[in-house]
Design a protein around this ligand. Structure first.
Ligand SMILES: Nc1ncnc2c1ncn2[C@@H]1O[C@H](COP(=O)(O)OP(=O)(O)OP(=O)(O)O)[C@@H](O)[C@H]1O
Ligand SMILES: [Mg+2]
Length: 251
């Protein structure tokens, strides 16, 4: 069992006009095996939270703590965080030309495990995961995300999650732009990875539809850089029906 604790987190983003405070005291604890959905209006700071946990250099933590099994995550470099088992599926995955999916995944796996995966099982694992996500094998030879459709980029994020086997996965709008079938396939992929590894998952989303596939234990409403309300899956249905008005009026 592992625990990722976020305590009173304050984060500023670097802008042309200097640091701009975005997160204003976020408290969130995720245990292994738990699924936490984070929902909230555009610009409320959800991706900022994801970047701050992963260690993006443009996001400065000005107060608070992030602990992984009691260890100070904020003192770790980005790659150390990844090796410690923290995985981020980005809202806007970046294109990396000149690096094939196959090379990228093997390099990442080697870096995270501290040793290269045995070639025979690795190729088999990669092909099985790609098949499960209905990604044709030609994707393995293509440059990372280059020319991928929106949905293909999202599947590639889940492919990484399945192969890298993180302890905690933050999935930032992994459901956005997916067609109905892809949503189910990606949902099954996340569930399969979680069942195998017992990972804790933070699922940032705007839509309840994905929550029919990936069932959250907890739902958090993110408003203006803070968690404004917490509840179970029923809270997501209420948000879908009512929107965020009652939270925004209080801001
Ligand atoms: N480089 C920057 N310069 C100025 N403002 C920024 C910068 N980066 C982020 N912000 C602001 O920080 C706020 C939070 O952004 P963030 O991406 O975390 O929101 P979000 O909740 O993920 O929104 P969405 O639902 O649209 O993805 C936004 O108002 C955004 O404009
Ligand atoms: Mg976002």
């Amino acid at each position: 069992m592992s625990k990722l604790e976020i305590k009173n987190l304050h984060v500023s983003v670097g802008t042309q006009d200097g640091p701009k405070p975005i997160l204003k005291g976020v408290d969130l604890t995720i245990n292994s095996g738990e699924i936490h959905a984070i929902m909230g209006p555009n610009g409320s700071g959800k991706s900022t939270l994801a970047y701050a946990i992963a260690g993006h250099p443009n996001y400065e933590v000005t107060d608070g703590e992030i602990l992984l099994d009691g260890e100070n995550v904020l003192e770790m470099e980005v790659d150390e965080r990844a090796r410690a088992g923290v995985f981020l599926a980005m809202q806007y995955p970046v294109e990396v030309s000149g690096v094939s999916v196959s090379n990228f995944l093997r390099t990442a796996k080697t870096a995270i495990d501290g040793q290269a995966p045995p070639l025979r099982t690795w190729v088999k694992d990669m092909n099985t995961a790609m098949e499960g996500l209905r990604m044709g094998t030609d994707f393995a030879q293509r440059d990372v995300n280059t020319g991928f459709s929106g949905g293909e980029k999202k599947r590639h994020e889940i492919l990484q999650m399945q192969l890298l086997r993180p302890r905690f996965a933050i999935l930032d709008e992994t459901d956005s732009g997916l067609d109905v079938d892809a949503l189910r396939i990606v949902g099954e992929g996340v569930n399969a990875a979680q069942a195998e590894t017992g990972a804790g998952i933070v699922l940032i989303t705007h839509y309840t539809r994905v929550l029919q596939h990936i069932k959250p234990d907890f739902v958090h409403v993110f408003v203006n850089g803070r968690i404004a309300e917490e509840g179970g899956p029923e809270l997501a249905d209420r948000l879908e029906a009512e929107g965020y008005d009652r939270f925004l009026q209080a801001v």
